[in-house]
Design a protein around this ligand. Structure first.
Ligand code: BV8
Length: 239
């Protein structure tokens, strides 16, 4: 376990941290979301082929996220508490497109795959908050053109967001903790390899072994709401 006082902790969260909030993980859907092939609904070619289907897919997920059914869980709250109370630096990089870290009180969360509650103008790149549905014939608020609005989401085959910032954070941390990610999606799955080059201590928190478990120094096995709360208490008690 952690036998030093970390100066800079980087967390990488995946769909598993939001599973106990009722949001289906990518794997649980066997790569099929709402019975659609992943590339049909989460790739640029899928969007070009059928924007109506893709908008419907994200409208469904946005509605579920903003409904009364979905709230941050104890794991999100524990990370927010650590960010507030820990004397060292705490960075959260998430692969998730939900806003549950922010809803739990976390700040400056790095969304490398974008955000469900944001949309973007295809022409200007301007990002706007969107808490309702987007329809294919909606006029973009910035250029007033129909068809220019897309979810501000990184699709498969697109370059993840904030990679320069992420590289800096990974290169400066002395503790790297991954929570609820299967290590199937790149480049996020490679982050543990990058930090190990700097001698960073690495911990994987998951309910089961993953493709990348062997790359980690230590493992916390169990549901995020249990293991992350305990982990945060342990870190806050380090003298
Ligand atoms: C890139 C937004 C270049 C969408 C997402 C061919 C062409 C182009 C690219 C590729 C290609 N072949 C491969 C690639 C690379 C590709 C890729 O990785 N494909 C995979 C499928 C092989 N990657 C890309 O395209 C990326 N871009 O490569 O650009 C580049 C290269 C290098 C450097 C820079 C750039 C872009 C990928 C982004 C895709 N968009 N999200 C949307 O959400 O609609 S990713 C999507 O999958 C979700 O965001 C989700 O986060 C992610 C799945 O990963 P996880 O978060 O790990 O979720 P998963 O369900 O897999 O696992 C859940 C885990 O939780 C499990 O381990 C489970 O055990 C655990 N768990 C469950 N319950 C709990 C729990 N743990 C704890 N507690 C619990 N209660």
């Amino acid at each position: 376990m952690i036998d030093f006082k970390p100066k800079h902790i980087v967390f990488l969260t995946g769909a598993g941290i939001s599973a106990e909030s009722g949001i289906k993980t990518f794997r649980d859907s066997n790569g099929l979301w709402e019975n659609h092939d992943i590339l049909e609904v989460a790739s640029p070619s899928g969007f070009d082929r059928n924007p109506e289907l893709v908008h419907r897919f994200y409208n469904l997920r946005r509605t579920q996220l903003l409904s009364d059914e979905v709230h941050p869980n104890e794991a999100h709250k524990a990370l927010a508490k650590l960010q507030k109370e820990y004397s060292g630096k705490v960075t959260i990089i998430t692969q998730n497109v939900d806003n549950l870290h922010e809803e739990a009180g976390s700040e400056d969360v790095i969304h490398m795959h974008g955000e469900l509650i944001k949309m973007r103008c295809k022409e200007s790149g301007k990002v706007l908050t969107k808490k309702g549905d987007i329809q294919p014939d909606d006029k973009c608020p910035c250029c007033l053109k129909v068809g220019n609005l897309r979810p501000n989401i990184v699709w498969f085959g697109e370059y993840p967001m904030h990679m320069d910032r992420i590289e800096k954070e990974l290169n400066s941390c002395d503790l790297f903790i991954s929570i609820g990610t299967s290590g199937q999606v790149y480049p996020a799955a490679m982050f543990v390899n990058l930090v190990k080059l700097n001698g960073t201590y690495t911990i994987e928190a998951n309910i089961e072994e993953t493709n990348v478990s062997d790359n980690f120094d230590d493992h916390l096995v169990g549901p995020a709401t249990q293991v992350v709360s305990k982990l945060v208490e342990d870190i806050l008690s380090i003298k």
